[in-house]
Design a protein around this ligand. Structure first.
Ligand SMILES: Cc1cc2nc3c(=O)[nH]c(=O)nc-3n(C[C@H](O)[C@H](O)[C@H](O)COP(=O)(O)O)c2cc1C
Ligand code: SF4
Length: 443
């Protein structure tokens, strides 16, 4: 690994990884029911069908599984918030919208092994008393949509799902529809915008009925917990961040991809498994959980990647989307691209985010072009501070955090944006992974 900081850890081996969700990804036709069944597929469901629903909720509670969609809310506890059955419908909605820049774990999981998700859906549905479950998928991934439809059909025709109906719904592709209440509005056929909470979905969710919204990876982790037991799962990871998780390494890394490991592994260990930062370069900055989580630097290589460890370093574990940037990258340029994204995806419902992301974009573009002013830096800080915590949903916060952490660690680059274009300071061709032999690529 090429980094400035010497390693204090023993070299991780492939044994450091814990392939549970990813264990059959390299099997031939891993997405089929036949392959899944050859690898104990649907054994957990058969076992769960013998367990009382309340005990399933307890099992997942005691495993320590926390939501893998970003916020880390305890999954079993969320299930237990549903009011007692009243004879009316109760829904499970799987959040498969996966749109955060850098986040790329749910789509590969559903492509490689859709049945582990469907088995998790069936077990979760039993635990919460649901007869109709939905998988809300980002619509652009048509290949995943087809794969999920085929897998649901296979499981249904094989009689594995009993009376459970599973509907796969393709959204139109909006980041805000990953926010659970906007997702529910979209699923109901409305424009996807967040709802005022309370009431929370557990009380009044889809069609105003009790609803559990869980991330793909959360639900897909349930069969493993039923088979392996709560103690086994809790024994992986760290005391407050149990279990395994998929860590997605992208950017300037030798072998980008999905690495399934216990929570608490460090970026240094993951980089060693992934062949290090690309040859001849060193780590400059990275995101622990997608672009909405504050940036970290090479000072943070040994931070345990669990909820507490990353929070202690001033960031968030988020979706474990580790975007690696080497010293050739302009921080101003990277943040400008993210702000373009957040401004474009802002749903417009609340003023701080709708107006603030527009202003942030104007300023970031000036800085990238080397036409910023010292007042711009103060405005950036003020606007980000006024968006953070004052927006209707967390999308606004997501736009503010890269600005704040960028200013904290790389203020000099923002100051340089008052006189020199980012492309002169960091010629863009140098950071391109697949650039032509000559230096410059068009902006
Ligand atoms: C703007 C925004 C986008 C989100 N996108 C996703 C997403 O794509 N997938 C996801 O599971 N959670 C996403 N979330 C988090 C969800 O609101 C919710 O917390 C999550 O689906 C709950 O599942 P979990 O408890 O299993 O993590 C997003 C939140 C926000 C504010
Ligand atoms: S924070 Fe942004 S995305 Fe969220 S409600 Fe407000 S305008 Fe919409």
């Amino acid at each position: 690994m090429t980094t400035d900081t010497p390693s204090t850890h023993s070299t991780p081996t492939p044994d450091t990884l814990t392939p549970v969700l990813t264990d059959i990804w390299d099997a031939p036709r891993s997405w089929t029911l036949a392959t899944y069944r050859d690898h104990r597929g649907y054994e957990a469901l058969a076992r769960a069908n013998e367990i009382a629903p309340a005990d399933l909720v307890e099992l997942v509670k005691s495993s320590g599984l926390r939501g893998r969609g970003g916020a880390g809310f305890p999954t079993g506890l969320k299930w237990s918030f549903l009011p007692p059955p009243d004879g009316g419908p109760r829904y499970l909605v799987v959040n498969a919208d996966e749109s955060e820049p850098g986040t790329c774990k749910d789509v590969p999981l559903m492509m490689a092994n859709p049945h582990v998700l469907i088995e998790g859906v069936a077990i979760t549905a039993r635990a919460i008393g649901c007869e109709h479950a939905f998988i809300y998928l980002r619509g652009e991934v048509v290949h995943v949509y087809r794969r999920l439809l085929a897998a649901v059909r296979e499981a249904t025709e094989a009689g594995l799902l009993g009376d459970l109906v599973v509907t796969v719904h393709a959204g139109a592709g909006a980041y805000i529809c990953g926010e659970e209440t906007a997702l529910l509005d979209s699923l109901e056929g409305r424009r996807g915008q967040p709802r005022l909470k309370p009431p929370f979905p557990a009380v009044a969710g889809l069609y105003a009925r009790p609803t559990v919204v869980n991330n793909v990876e959360s639900v897909a982790s349930v069969p493993g917990i039923v088979l392996g037991g709560a103690e086994w799962f809790a024994g992986l990871g760290t005391p407050k961040s149990a279990g395994h998780g998929i860590f997605s390494l992208s950017g300037h890394v030798t072998r980008p991809g999905q690495y399934e490991a216990p929570l608490g592994i460090t970026l240094r260990e993951l980089l060693e498994l992934a062949g290090g930062v690309r040859a001849g370069h060193r780590l400059k900055f990275w995101t622990p959980g997608g672009s909405s989580t504050p940036l970290l630097t090479d000072e943070h290589l040994d931070v345990p990647l669990d909820y507490e460890g990353v929070a202690g370093a001033g960031s968030m574990l988020g979706t474990r989307a580790l975007q690696i940037f080497d010293e050739t990258v302009s921080v101003v340029r990277a943040i400008t691209r993210w702000i373009d994204f957040y401004k474009h995806e802002s749903c417009g419902k609340c003023t701080p985010c709708r107006e603030g992301t527009f202003w942030l974009q104007q300023i970031m573009h000036r800085l990238e072009a080397g036409r910023g002013t010292p007042e711009d830096l103060q405005s950036l800080s003020d606007i980000a501070g006024n968006i953070l915590g004052r927006s209707f949903c967390a999308l606004g916060d997501a736009a503010a955090t890269p600005i704040q952490s960028g200013l904290k660690y790389f203020r000099d680059e923002f100051e340089a944006g008052c006189h020199t274009p980012a492309r002169e300071l960091f010629p863009y061709g140098r950071s391109a992974l697949h650039a032509p032999a000559h230096e410059e690529v068009p902006v």
